[in-house]
Design a protein around this ligand. Structure first.
Ligand code: ATP
Length: 514
């Protein structure tokens, strides 16, 4: 596909055309940065959630799940620091009247320098051919080193200024780098201001007695306030984890990039409660473990990288992001944070209740430290979907659009196609196959158009298998099974279909790769 912008547009239109993602309330022209998952999207999203849940909860006997409410007592957000410090630095362009996140403008500037590095790498790879060593090139080429140095200097200055709340310096940096409004090209900026991202709402009927509430901006706090309930009722011993998936809400200033940055989104989080002093070792453990989970899906090692934080959130003593190469460049997909005992201590202070763990081995009580893994389900969806969408040149000079979703995540595992739709016996046999397979897999029936067109439709839909039922099937109970990625076709017995499909789509087969 031509360039990244085109690719991203194609991703968005494909997601709509094939029933994956629709704009929310589209008949009213939509609501900015709010999206609905359609018939295929809801299945893909559920499969990603299940894949995460199985890896985190089912496979770990010391991790359990909960499902906390979206509304929480408002003091929660005082204690967590969100009321005072859950802000984004925003800047307005005086000419275009558009509002931006100051840090995002600077990061986008650095992404452009990074593109230059990638161009140098591509050029050199072409020049040196097989002898090309990327690592060596990156660490020795003068031009690349210069670019990298520039990125590091900019990001480290921005990190320090944000940490010190020196918003004037953030503006100065934007001006020094001569960053222009991407829409209008104007460099006429206002000062940088902080903006709180929480959505407020009210609980109660009468205006006087109504209580101000927030829609939770993260799922984590529902876990912290339930820490002792779960520990006691589940008789959990440290180290142990509590996992949760659910909606979170943020009034994002710059809500673009489709489902990458939404105002209502879903998180999959796990808080791991540990003994103070062991956080460095658990940080390393979860970093490695989470990366293995991503790699098990086979979406390409080169598409992931760690980005260690310079600027740490108010609660963290170490933090890293797993970044993924989206069509618009490397961006955060998952955060891994060493949150210390900040949250539990804060909830102790604000609630006046003890949130401590009694360690029988040490015969002493302590406030546990917490290691958190936090991934956006919608961002994971975008990573999977955009990486899967490919345009392939075929031998006969045609192209096919194929959605190479990891088979374990695909919404429909197999489509059953009677070769001739008017042939009652073929239709009956096809429906019989569906009735048998649907107990184990989500399957679809497709009888319209020539079989070649149906194959293309299922390719674009991401269906890993097409099963064609023809005249021979009636004679000897065999069908043709076609594989989406290789387009290979095999004649197989109907009774073997289940085991053939299972081998490719079974969660166990995929998670065993971790
Ligand atoms: P960003 O810097 O991109 O705003 P963040 O660092 O604020 O993200 P966290 O608070 O660490 O994000 O949230 C954990 C995860 O939740 C992120 O890694 C991301 O996958 C997801 N996430 C956060 N904000 C959004 C959003 N507005 N839309 C979709 N997913 C989000």
């Amino acid at each position: 596909m031509a360039n990244n912008d085109d690719k991203f547009k194609k991703v968005i239109s494909h997601a709509k055309e094939y029933g994956y993602v629709f704009q929310s309330s589209e008949v009213y022209d939509g609501l900015s940065a709010v999206y609905d998952y359609a018939q295929n999207g809801v299945e893909l999203k559920k499969n990603i959630r299940d894949y995460w849940w199985k890896a985190m909860v089912q496979m770990n006997d010391n991790i359990v799940g909960i499902d906390a409410a979206i509304f929480m007592h408002p003091t929660t957000w005082k204690a967590s620091g969100h009321v005072d410090a859950f802000n984004d630095p925003l800047i307005d362009n005086k000419d275009s009247k558009k509002r931006y996140r100051a840090d995002v403008l600077i990061e986008d500037y650095c992404a452009k320098i990074e593109n230059k590095i990638e161009k140098e790498v591509k050029k050199a790879a072409k020049r040196f051919g097989d002898a090309f060593n990327k690592e060596e090139f990156l660490s020795t080429n003068g031009r690349v080193l210069g670019y990298q140095e520039k990125i590091n200097t900019i990001l480290s200055r921005m990190g320090k200024s944000l940490e010190n709340e020196d918003l004037a310096d953030v503006k100065a940096l934007i001006e020094e780098l001569e960053i222009a409004d991407p829409l209008s090209g104007s460099k006429n900026w206002t000062d940088v201001k902080q903006f709180n991202l929480m959505f407020g709402t009210k609980l109660g009927a009468s205006a006087d007695s109504a209580m101000d509430l927030y829609l939770r901006p993260e799922t984590a706090q529902g876990i912290f306030v339930n820490f002792l309930n779960v520990q006691k009722t589940g008789r959990m011993k440290i180290p142990f984890g509590i996992a949760q998936t659910g909606k979170a809400f943020r009034n994002e200033i710059v809500a673009r990039q489709f489902i990458f940055r939404m105002r209502e989104f879903e998180q999959m989080e796990m808080q791991f409660f540990i003994k103070p002093g062991t956080q460095a070792e658990w940080f390393k453990h979860w970093k490695e473990h989470r990366m293995k989970w991503h790699l098990s899906l086979g979406m390409g090692e080169d598409n992931y990288r760690f980005h260690d934080h310079e600027k740490l959130a108010h609660y963290a003593d170490a933090a890293t992001d797993i970044e993924f190469k989206f069509p618009f460049g490397f961006k955060e997909l998952e955060g891994i944070h060493s949150r210390t005992d900040f949250d539990l201590k804060q909830h102790e202070a604000y609630s006046g209740k003890k949130l401590q763990y009694f360690d029988h081995e040490d015969n002493a009580s302590y406030t546990p430290y917490v290691l958190e893994t936090s991934i956006g389900l919608d961002r994971m969806f975008l990573a999977v979907f955009s990486n899967a969408l490919q345009e392939e040149e075929l031998e006969n000079n045609t192209t096919r659009t194929v959605l190479k979703l990891p088979a374990v995540l695909a919404p429909v595992k197999a489509a059953i196609l009677p070769l001739v739709r008017k042939d009652e016996a073929l239709v009956k046999l096809s429906k019989g196959i569906i009735d048998d397979l649907k107990w184990d897999f989500s399957v679809a029936y497709d009888e319209k158009d020539a079989v070649g067109r149906r194959y293309r439709r299922q390719d674009a839909n991401g269906t890993p298998f097409c099963i064609t039922v023809d005249g021979e099937s009636l004679e000897n109970n065999t069908v043709t099974i076609r594989h989406r990625d290789t387009m290979e076709q095999q004649r197989v017995k109907i009774e073997d279909l289940k085991s053939i499909i299972k081998k490719e789509v079974d969660v166990k087969e995929w998670l065993m790769r971790m």
